[in-house]
Design a protein around this ligand. Sequence first.
Ligand code: DGP
Length: 108
Amino acid sequence: MTCIFCQIAVRRLPADILYEDDDLIVFKEVNPEAPIHLLIVSRVHIDTLNSLDEQSVGLMAKMVLVAKRIAEDLKTQSGYRLVINCGREAGQVVLHLHMHFMGGWRKK
Ligand code: DGP
């Protein structure tokens, strides 16, 4: 298993994990660009958004819902940003589907 996020998902690599369920794992970004910068990562290995299909598209809805709950839990509902980089050209470094959660500039 060479994918970093797959290894984090099975705890072979360490990460500061905030949330996990059967489909997703959420941990702190190693190089944060916001006061709160998390990665919402699918457990199953999907390389990019381009590989999403009818079967896996539900993951996106779950990611958004988890993001909303995180914003509530961390009291950052007043402002947060969700970003998915798709492909090297857009700056995707880790080829494993994930969503950036950024917030916490001004906690409510
Ligand atoms: P992206 O550019 O969308 O592929 O973002 C991937 C992010 O993953 C990047 O900002 C840095 C972060 N990252 C890479 N390796 C690790 C790691 O081992 N642990 C954690 N927590 N984050 C990582």
